[in-house]
Structures are given as C-alpha cells and as structure tokens.
Design a protein around this ligand. Structure first.
Ligand code: SF4
Ligand code: SF4
Length: 128
C-alpha cells in the first residue's frame, strides 16, 4: 500500500466480488478497483435452505479481518464441506461459507481459536 493505493503483486488477479455477500445479505463492491472485504464472505447467500435451517443464523467467522489468521480449522471442522479458503483482494486466504450447504451447526465457530480468545477477553472485561 502506498499513497493510499494498493498494488497487487505482479501476476496476482484479485477475486471477482460479484458472487460474494456479507452475512446480512449486503453485496460487496464488485466495481473495478481496490475494495478490501470486511467480514465473512458467503456464496449462494440467497439459495433457499429448508425452513428449519433457514431460521438459524449463518455463522460469522470473523467480523473484521484481524479476527482471522487463515488457519483453516473452520474449514476442516465443517461436516458439510461448506467452507472454502479463498484469496482476498491482497492474496490472503480467508474462509468463504457456501450458504446453500451450511446447516448452521456452528462447529466452525467452536473450533476457531480467535473466537475463543475474544470470548475469554470479553469475560475478563476487555472489550477491545
Ligand atoms: S478457524 Fe477462525 S482463524 Fe482459522 S480460518 Fe477459520 S475463522 Fe479464520
Ligand atoms: S455452521 Fe456448520 S455447516 Fe455451516 S459452515 Fe459452519 S461448520 Fe459448516
């Protein structure tokens, strides 16, 4: 990053943001240029899930990129193979959840060391 502009290394093609949505359904900026993602990306966000599953919330694996180190534990734990590690705009791999496959079991969140650390900090009264 220089002068507020990010220049990908030569040969790296930033991902197309068109298929991704955030957990609340909002679309990512897919226009040309540098648009770093913020939180967990989802594919097939609008795909219909069975009613019993759809009323449960999709997992938020990270609310900010600083809450994910790309360790892949969540992807390994998913019983539905609903999580794929995909490059972001800077070439770093982050988990992407396929909402059509996800059964909202939250195993991915249970195994995440970052989530455990955040909960521990919360219990200790450290909010940041
Ligand atoms: S387990 Fe947590 S830290 Fe590891 S890749 Fe998944 S969300 Fe990121
Ligand atoms: S909630 Fe369950 S099914 Fe959905 S991505 Fe996480 S581990 Fe996979």
């Amino acid at each position: 990053m220089r002068n507020g502009k990010f220049t990908p290394r030569r040969g790296f093609t930033p991902p197309d943001n068109t298929p991704y949505r955030y957990r609340d359904g909002s679309r990512m900026d897919a226009s040309p240029g540098y648009h770093p993602h913020v939180s967990t990306r989802f594919r097939n966000w609008g795909a219909g899930a069975p009613a019993a599953i759809a009323k449960r919330e999709l997992p938020e694996l990270y609310r900010d990129r600083s809450e994910c180190c790309g360790c892949t534990a969540c992807a390994a734990a998913c019983p539905r193979d609903a999580i794929a590690m995909e490059s972001d705009e800077e070439g770093f791999a982050y988990p992407v959840v396929d909402a059509a496959l996800c059964i909202r079991c939250r195993r991915c969140m249970d195994v995440c060391v970052f989530k455990a650390a955040l909960v521990e900090r919360w219990h200790q009264g450290v909010r940041k």
